[in-house]
Design a binder for this molecule. Structure first.
Ligand code: S3P
Length: 175
């Protein structure tokens, strides 16, 4: 299927980039976190608090399993790659881009944004990000067709890179 799939850590810019890609390509945004919140009628923080992380991961799998979309930009939650099953679904959905950033870049974007993120806290942000990235780095690389380095680049730089790759792959855009 010819969708655009964005994976990467919290703070890697998946949401911002999916909005810019939407403007540039005319593709529709499918944000997995938003869909889960909509279906559950509660926030992700509340899902973690009430039912735990494993339950949330199950919701992510179930969403991917039933996702039948075309011409879409699929913006995934940072932990979507953890389960083997999820990575297989993602690979089947389209071209997967790993937005790869250093801990310094991720930290600079997340410092004031830990409140609604169940796996992060302001005081231990660096350590938490390092632990998550250590366990996930290989999984992001495994699922990705392309790794896009985000450090020191503007959103426009990154969008151009992705757009060029997709054009070479013969993606037909709506805009
Ligand atoms: C998570 C990332 C979040 C959200 C949840 C768990 C993670 O999404 O799915 O809080 O495990 O990295 P974003 O990466 O869009 O912030």
């Amino acid at each position: 299927m010819k969708n655009i799939v964005l994976v990467g850590m919290m703070g890697s810019g998946k949401s911002t980039l999916s909005h810019l890609l939407c403007q540039k390509t005319g593709y529709v945004i499918v944000d997995t976190d938003e869909l889960i919140e909509k279906d559950s009628q509660i926030s992700i923080s509340e899902i973690f608090e009430l039912y735990g992380e494993a339950h949330f991961r199950g919701l992510e799998t179930s969403l991917l399993k039933h996702l039948e979309v075309e011409n879409s930009i699929i913006s995934t939650g940072g932990g979507m790659v953890i389960l083997d099953e999820n990575r297989n679904y993602l690979k089947g959905l389209g071209t997967v881009f790993y937005l790869k950033g250093s801990i310094t870049t991720l930290m600079s974007r997340l410092t004031d944004q830990t409140d609604h993120r169940p796996l992060l806290s302001k005081n231990e942000l660096k350590k938490q990000l390092e632990t998550l990235l250590n366990t996930r780095e290989d999984l992001y690389s495994d699922v990705a067709d392309y790794t896009i380095h985000i450090d020191g680049k503007t959103a426009d730089d990154i969008i151009s890179e992705i757009y060029t790759i997709l054009s070479d792959l013969d993606y037909k855009f709506i805009k």
